[in-house]
Design a protein around this ligand. Structure first.
Ligand code: UT7
Length: 328
């Protein structure tokens, strides 16, 4: 006896992007009023000029629903066309209920498969990889993948090593079936983890219950281990680094972004490859940073529909994931 399975399709593609940020802007000067830091230090060491922080009455689900609605509008699909919603997040204040089902309900998506996924700052790429394979296997038709974070709920505003970095936002993509191999717009995911370094980014449950990281250790790991993951994603897609039009790494620190770009150029990426620097005005928004940066670049005209983008996320876990996509 053999069980029946749905017919597989050649692959998946992204057909819509959207993002959302709170209105409230917090500058480096604002933070320097509270902790011992300076605008110059933050610009030099992290590359951030300002970030957006949500007020108490804005929830993670509010941001997720706004970004998801925008991505859906961009895709041309109706909420009822979506059958699966994935919210990548690591900052829900309570684990139950999840963000995905509430977000779907808010957008008007009826009874989808809905689940949260926690791979921290790599979450969006994990979610996109999962969505693409659900579609390819015939388990889903149209998937809304959202990276949403309200990191401000977990920030110790007296800790200058973290409060200057993190911010709030959501970014989303609508993923659908590619009917022919030529139409495929999401490459295979290159992903993994380094659980032996779990303690380098964590919530200090024994004291403040806020986020803490061993900045230097994570910096070293990210600047040495992430470019090879990105190169692996390129190879898995059957491309070479010279094929990449735009690099969108997780916006953790502008120096890390530049180090990854430099390494890729050493391995054949073009000098005119554009590199996302959304962190400058958005801060580090964990799982939201990659889809939001791509959305912002497309809106600014820095990236055009049909171009080849290389995404790579990395962070707490430690976890990492990357893939090549065709910009919708
Ligand atoms: O998204 C999740 C993944 N996370 C990351 O990828 C983060 C990776 N790490 C980083 O981005 C950087 O390590 C940080 C931005 C967190 C810190 O930059 P750094 O260049 O590694 O600084 P550091 O931790 O080595 O600190 C250098 C000095 C220290 O002072 P002393 O000991 O040399 O006197 C810190 O106390 O800078 C001090 N410092 C600050 N000074 C002014 C730390 N934070 C601040 C601050 N303002 N905000």
């Amino acid at each position: 006896m053999s069980l029946r399975l749905p017919a597989a399709v050649p692959g998946a593609k992204i057909i819509g992007l959207g993002s959302a940020q709170p209105d409230h802007v917090v500058t480096n000067h604002d933070l320097a009023q509270r902790v011992e830091t300076s605008d110059q230090w933050i610009r030099d060491r992290v590359g951030i000029v300002e970030r957006r922080i949500a007020k108490d009455d804005t929830s993670l689900v509010d941001l997720a629903a706004e970004a998801g609605s925008r991505a859906l509008k961009d895709s041309g699909l109706e909420p009822t066309d979506v059958d699966t919603v994935i919210v990548a997040t690591c900052t829900m204040t309570a684990p139950i209920p999840n963000a995905a089902a509430q977000t779907a309900d808010r957008i008007g998506i009826t009874a989808p498969a809905a689940f949260d996924l926690n791979a921290a700052c790599a979450g969006f790429c994990y979610g996109l990889g999962t969505a693409a394979d659900l579609i390819r296997a015939g388990s889903a038709r149209n998937v809304l993948v959202i990276g949403a974070e309200k990191l401000s709920d977990w920030i110790d505003w007296d800790d200058r090593s973290t409060c200057i970095i993190f911010a709030d936002a959501a970014g989303a993509a609508v993923v659908t079936a590619a009917r022919t191999p030529e139409e495929v717009g999401v490459g295979p995911v290159a992903w993994g983890s380094a659980g032996d370094q779990a303690a380098t980014i964590r919530i200090l449950e024994e004291s403040t219950n806020k986020l803490w990281q061993h900045g230097q250790a994570v910096f070293r790991w990210a600047t040495t281990r992430i470019a090879p993951v990105a190169l692996d994603a390129v190879a898995k897609a059957g491309l070479t680094p010279a094929d990449i039009d735009v690099l969108v790494p997780h916006q953790a620190n502008l120096r890390i972004v530049e180090a990854v770009a430099k390494r890729l150029r050493k391995d054949g990426a073009r000098e005119d490859m554009r590199v996302a620097d959304d962190i400058v005005h958005s801060g580090n928004t964990s799982s939201a940073s990659i889809p939001m940066a791509l959305d912002h670049m497309r809106a600014a005209g820095t990236v055009r529909s049909g171009e080849i983008a290389l995404l790579v996320g990395f962070g707490a876990g430690l976890s990492y994931a990357g893939q090549v996509v065709v910009v919708p």
